[in-house]
Design a protein around this ligand. Structure first.
Ligand code: RB5
Length: 145
């Protein structure tokens, strides 16, 4: 599995994505920027489906997505059976998204958090570990049989 981090947004998340890409690159991560590429209005599913499909197929272990609220992008991503996308608006939520949910996509509400918030959210996701055990049992029960 690739160690590249895919990242995608719509126009509402574009500015935040533009700041997060160099932030992550400076930390040593390789990034696949899957768009969008300007603040011109676009439809978030057009950019999130390609990223979520690759997470679903195991091409990348995890990714970051953002739109105005984080809700639209989460809804798209969570259509994929192997995706567990968590909408995170603070670092405690993103720590738990890794520790308890083993989230493989983090969705950020770009219009409701600062860049400082976003960095904390992403760092705490990256710096935490899935706890397994009872949380794995619960994750196993998520798919519709
Ligand atoms: C775009 O205006 C906005 O609807 C979108 O970024 C997102 O918040 C949708 O859920």
């Amino acid at each position: 599995m690739s160690n590249i981090i895919p990242i995608a947004s719509d126009h509402a998340g574009f500015e935040l994505k533009s700041k997060l890409v160099p932030y992550l690159e400076e930390k040593g991560y390789k990034i696949k920027d899957m768009g969008c590429y300007s603040s011109e209005s676009v439809d978030y599913p057009d950019f999130i489906h390609p990223l979520a499909k690759e997470i679903n197929e195991g091409v990348f272990p995890f990714g970051f997505i953002m739109c105005g609220t984080g809700n639209g992008v989460s809804m798209v991503a969570n259509k994929y059976p192997n995706v567990r996308c968590a909408l995170c608006w603070n670092k405690e939520i993103s720590s738990l998204a890794k520790q308890h949910n083993n989230a493989n996509i983090i969705a950020l509400p770009a219009r409701f958090i600062s860049f400082e918030d976003a960095k904390e959210i992403i760092d705490s996701y990256l710096n935490n570990k899935f706890e397994g055990d009872r949380h794995q049992r619960r994750i196993n029960k998520i798919p519709i049989k």
